[in-house]
Design a protein around this ligand. Structure first.
Ligand SMILES: Cc1cc2nc3c(=O)[nH]c(=O)nc-3n(C[C@H](O)[C@H](O)[C@H](O)COP(=O)(O)OP(=O)(O)OC[C@H]3O[C@@H](n4cnc5c(N)ncnc54)[C@H](O)[C@@H]3O)c2cc1C
Length: 546
């Protein structure tokens, strides 16, 4: 994948997608698969907005049962299956559990009914050929069983637990990148570090954007018959430039990563009321031998870029977590990493507490709503539903363009790396035929990360065995992956490599030696001076606030 701004500046596209989060990435892939000429620009790196910071759950929609939104559950259950088909190497089943209590809405009977409804609404979930992707029916377990599953959990107030199955993204940053790579492979022109700074307008029609390349500072125009605004939390900043007022603002949501509390099972708990705030639902999710805990909502009414995460906010979240009786009390020093991003809130709800998030993703037709032609906005509320939302956006785009194209293809395709019919069998085979230079842990890691494309990296390592060496002894990431990121995946900065091409930065700030090794490897490609390398290292350090 090559960054080619000359093509962006000189070609007229049918569709220009602004924003390389999950919604933009899948929209570009969808467009390219339909045969529409499409470009995508992202002002930072792909996924560097909210999409790299989620809890990484592909929800089947059980949480919508309480509101009786059955069609939403059905849609999400279908999407969950589609995700596992699109990216079998990056999305795997996840066992989830919530303790039952004597409270009527959380009783064994109520939860038994909820699980049954969930199973019925996802009746076709096991249609995939891959046995690893089968999700069993939900079940109710006894207090004794709960004690066994959650060692250290105080079961005295529980009557047992409800267990069901969802899916988890092994690496959401790479998943997003695979959509970008797949879009590019299917003909999309994509570039990171390019910002849409204003619209090109002819009367009431948008005909492209004026863009800024952050690499050179150069300003240039990109012409397109239609612009799809996938700018996430910054959607309204962009709409402002077309004189359109948005109905949404954003609120902040945060997860913390701590040492593993419980392995193999994601646990839903409820906090007590803390500092006068009402009890909050919490989800403690096992992730790469650690626990990720979410989601804390922080009301924020100003521009997203003015938000600064403060230690007090994290401490307050830890107080909430501690009030839910985990087996160990958590302190600030237990926090390995904090990830946060923005979620949309309707302006009318902006001053309500607790935070009332927008519940549904929306594709906004500005022709209908504001009389502005050539512009569609995508307001996405979940990673899980992003493929479906992108499909709607592209259906509308094709209609407005008045062109004949193929129907949406994304629900039946695999992303790059996804050509795997049986994940366990594929992994076994990869481990068996792994060359001697690559050890078992690295092979395992390569298959989970690159799926069917893992062999490209193996081949590089066979021709240059030093690339099979690990960068950090505690992480499975190899030198070859850093080189691959820079040469083939449009990584332009050290942060791109640390945060979004490899998992080196996912468990907190990597050791200085790791950052130096990476920076020096990248320098071979970009000829960075030692001062430049140090600036890149400092920039990565700044992305960890505590
Ligand atoms: C803490 C947290 C936990 C979550 N957990 C889950 C979960 O478990 N499951 C789930 O399904 N969902 C979850 N979500 C929701 C999900 O992560 C988001 O809905 C989704 O990532 C939003 O994607 P997006 O593409 O709309 O936005 P973003 O990822 O923010 O992408 C928008 C992009 O547009 C770019 N941009 C903005 N302006 C411009 C411009 N002018 N020019 C060029 N580019 C521009 C930005 O840089 C950004 O990268 C969670 C969210 C948070 C915050």
């Amino acid at each position: 994948m090559k960054r080619n701004l000359e093509i962006l500046a000189n070609q007229k596209f049918d569709v220009l997608v602004v924003g390389g989060g999950i919604h933009g990435a899948i929209t570009a892939w969808d467009a390219a698969l339909r045969g529409v000429s499409v470009a995508l620009i992202e002002r930072g790196d792909f996924g560097s907005g909210t999409s790299q910071n989620g809890l990484r759950i592909i929800h089947g929609g059980l949480q919508y049962l309480e509101s009786g939104n059955l069609s939403r559950i059905r849609m999400m259950a279908r999407e969950r299956t589609t995700w596992m088909k699109m990216a079998p190497h990056l999305i795997h089943p996840l066992t989830c559990l919530v303790p039952t209590t004597r409270q009527p809405s959380r009783s064994r009977l109520a939860m038994r009914f909820a699980l049954l409804a969930n199973d019925v609404l996802s009746y076709d979930r096991n249609q995939l050929a891959d046995p690893e992707k089968n999700l069993s029916d939900g079940m109710i377990v006894s207090p004794g069983e709960l004690k066994r599953i959650l060692p250290g959990y105080d079961v005295s107030n529980s009557t047992g637990a409800a267990v069901w199955y969802d899916a988890q993204i092994y690496n959401s940053e790479r998943l997003l990148l695979e959509f970008i790579l797949s879009a590019a492979q299917s003909g999309a022109e994509v570039a990171n570090y390019v910002e849409a700074i204003s619209f090109l307008q002819e009367h009431n029609r948008i005909v492209g954007v004026r863009a800024k390349d952050f690499q050179t500072g150069e300003i240039f125009d990109i012409q397109a018959k239609l612009v799809i605004n996938c700018a996430g939390a910054w959607m309204d900043c962009l709409l402002d430039k077309a004189g359109i007022r948005s109905e949404y603002v954003t609120s902040v949501a945060m997860n913390v990563i701590v040492n593993q509390i419980w392995s193999d099972v994601a646990v839903g708990l409820t906090s007590q009321s803390v500092n006068g705030k009402p009890p909050q639902p919490l989800f403690i999710v096992p992730w790469r031998n650690k626990s990720m805990i979410g989601t804390c909502h922080i009301p924020w009414r100003d521009a997203p870029q003015t938000f600064k995460l403060k230690e007090g906010m994290v401490q307050e979240f830890l107080d909430q977590i501690n009030s839910s009786s985990p087996p160990l009390k958590l302190f600030m020093e237990d926090v390995r990493h904090v990830t946060w991003g923005f979620l949309p809130v309707k302006k009318v709800d902006a001053y309500k507490e607790p935070v009332r998030l927008a519940r549904d993703s929306v594709v906004i037709d500005h022709q209908k709503k504001d009389g502005v032609l050539g512009l569609i906005s995508v307001l996405g509320v979940q990673y899980t539903t992003a493929r479906r939302v992108a499909e709607h956006a592209m259906d509308l785009a094709v209609k407005q363009l008045g062109i004949k194209t193929k129907k949406c293809q994304t629900q039946m395709m695999q992303v790059r790396g996804g050509k795997i019919e049986d994940f366990r069998a594929f992994l076994r085979k990869a481990l068996l035929k792994a060359p001697r230079v690559i050890n078992e842990r690295s092979t395992h890691h390569l298959v989970y990360t690159y799926g069917s494309e893992y062999y490209n990296l193996v081949e590089c390592m066979l021709s240059q065995p030093e690339l099979a060496r690990r960068i950090d002894p505690l992480m499975p990431v190899t030198l070859g992956e850093v080189e691959h990121a820079v040469q083939h995946e449009m990584a332009l900065t050290l942060a791109d490599v640390i945060h979004r091409r490899t998992e080196l930065g996912s468990m907190g700030l990597p050791p200085t030696a790791t950052l130096q090794k990476c920076a020096s490897l990248i320098s071979r490609e970009f000829q960075w001076s030692s001062e430049h390398q140090q600036r890149e290292i400092d920039r990565v350090a700044q992305t960890y606030p505590f």
